[in-house]
Design a protein around this ligand. Structure first.
Ligand code: ADP
Length: 493
């Protein structure tokens, strides 16, 4: 099959110099129709590492043409065969984890071990949905009146537009592609402009694994609004799956509403991290480090507000601050680095603005709090104590390695405070009393809860939020159903 670039990058390892930089449409690599290109920046050095094709609306429609043409054939491929292609993609991705991870570090900035962890996590979505492809079932029942039978089957919804963010440039794509392909859908992927190289490298992996031309198409662009609305107004597109900010998600929902396109929305978070006095403090500190600092704090699942019960407030903060301050910050490819730069200057400046506003309202900086000198969009690990409840840092998603701490005295108050935001993606609770843990978990308005655990993401679990954190679930069997429609056949014989 015609993918010389893919073979090249698989043979040599996917590095920023060998990775493809053109659009991947209908199984072929091609430049943008108008020849446009844009630069990809290493956020640790602020230097250009590649230049990538900049698709416009015409390129996006060419991708929809390819996806629409491939749709019926792909839907007719036996589920087992679809699963086996996904399984091969999983194996190739896992085998190429080191070079893919390097690519992620270069364009996203996260430390290499975390990038490698992301690649394996991302590959696991392909493995999980390889297994789910053969479990798309339906029901057969007698109508209550006894007059006929009711047959319900699940069919692929059709061409899907997948819009993904830069913070997990591999996993946010496979989390959508895995279930879409397993269900028999074809896709147009529009990755974030900050991290297009990982998306194109994934296209290589999928191509090499035997995904037929047109089933997966990747359009990299700086013109996301134009490309997004061109695709969403095309009558052949039946599904939108988006991961990104609530603000952009709201805009896309409005657009999708015009053609009543089915949507899955993974939007912002504002996770509370609640430490009760009876918690295992070492475990709570370790969990908070994961929930707060992983991926530079740039995740929608990041702990955004740390609530600590009065009797252990100082003890927890002493240990947590020591652990945060000890993180080694630097270029993600350097040995031992645990914290990389933020994605860009805007992201870093927003973090500083939130910290400054909290300090102006009386918060104490226990560590960090200032942008360091030199190139790169670095922000140090930062812990703020006694954060005032009206500080904007508690209402906005921080998206950086900053932990605001708040003291609490009783369970009802902390539940009320935890729920008093527009978002509801994930919450974390630490207590040795599992009964209380479950009661609190049930009372929290969030789609997911980590109970004595700082990490909830798992390809086998339904990931998603309530309130303004989103609609629908990704991962698990629920994730597969998002790409199907029920068809009910009333049957008489
Ligand atoms: P973040 O703030 O994390 O960058 P965004 O919501 O801005 O999150 O971006 C998430 C994804 O949505 C990216 O792929 C981005 O290019 C895309 N995007 C941003 N604005 C639009 C838009 N108006 N239409 C379609 N996609 C968009």
């Amino acid at each position: 099959m015609g993918c010389p670039v893919a073979r090249l990058c698989y043979d040599r390892g996917v590095s920023s110099s060998a990775a493809p930089t053109d659009l991947y449409i209908d199984g072929r690599w091609r430049p943008a129709a108008d020849g446009g290109r844009f630069d990809v920046i290493d956020p640790a050095t602020e230097k250009r590492i590649a230049s990538v094709a900049d698709a416009d609306a015409a390129d996006a429609i060419a991708a929809v043409d390819a996806a629409a043409a491939a749709q019926p054939t792909w839907a007719a491929v036996a589920p087992r065969q679809r699963g086996e292609i996904l399984r091969r993609a999983y194996e190739r991705m896992a085998a190429g984890a080191d070079s893919l991870a390097e690519l992620i570090v270069r364009e996203n900035g996260k430390p290499l071990p975390e990038a490698r962890g992301e690649v394996l996590y991302a590959a696991d979505f392909l493995r999980w949905y390889a297994e789910e492809a053969v479990r798309i079932d339906g029901t057969f029942a007698t109508a209550p009146a006894g007059t006929n039978r009711m047959l319900v089957l699940r069919q692929p919804i059709g061409v899907a537009l997948l819009i993904t963010p830069w913070n997990l440039p591999a996993a946010m794509i496979t989390r959508k592609i895995g279930p879409a392909l397993a269900a028999g859908c074809t896709v147009v992927v529009k990755p974030a402009e900050q991290t297009p190289l990982t998306a194109l490298a994934l296209a290589c992996v999928l191509d090499e694994a035997g995904v037929p031309p047109g089933v997966v198409n990747v359009v990299t662009t700086t013109q996301s609004a134009k490309v997004g609305s061109a695709v969403l107004t095309d009558a052949r597109v039946r599904k939108l799956s988006f991961t990104g900010s609530t603000e952009v998600g709201r805009r896309l929902l409005e657009q999708a509403a015009r053609r009543v396109v089915k949507t899955s929305m993974e939007l912002g978070g504002n996770a509370p991290f609640i430490v009760f006095a009876d918690a295992d403090l070492d475990a709570a500190v370790a969990g908070a480090m994961i929930a707060k600092m992983r991926h530079n704090g740039e995740t929608c699942t990041a702990a955004n507000r740390i609530y600590i019960e009065e009797p252990v407030y100082d003890a927890f903060l002493d240990r947590f601050t020591a652990a945060a301050a000890a993180l080694k910050m630097g270029h993600g490819l350097e040995a031992g680095v645990q914290l990389g730069p933020l994605i860009d200057a805007d992201g870093r400046d927003k973090v500083q603005r939130l910290v400054d506003a909290a300090v102006a309202r009386g918060a104490r900086v226990l560590t960090g709090g200032r942008v360091p000198r030199g190139p790169g969009f670095f922000y140090p690990p930062t812990v703020l104590a006694e954060v005032d409840s009206d500080s904007p840092i508690l209402c906005e998603e921080i998206f950086g390695p900053v932990a605001p701490a708040i003291r609490f005295r009783d369970t009802d108050t902390v539940i009320r405070a935890a729920n008093a935001v527009d978002h509801g993606l994930v919450a974390y609770v630490y207590t040795r009393d599992l009964g209380r843990g479950l009661r609190v978990a049930e009372a929290l308005e969030s789609g997911m809860v980590g109970l004595n655990r700082g990490l909830v993401s798992d390809p086998a679990a339904p990931f998603g939020g309530v309130k303004q954190s989103g609609i629908g679930r990704e991962g698990g069997h629920d994730g597969l159903l998002e790409y199907t429609e029920s068809k009910y056949i009333a049957l008489e014989f």
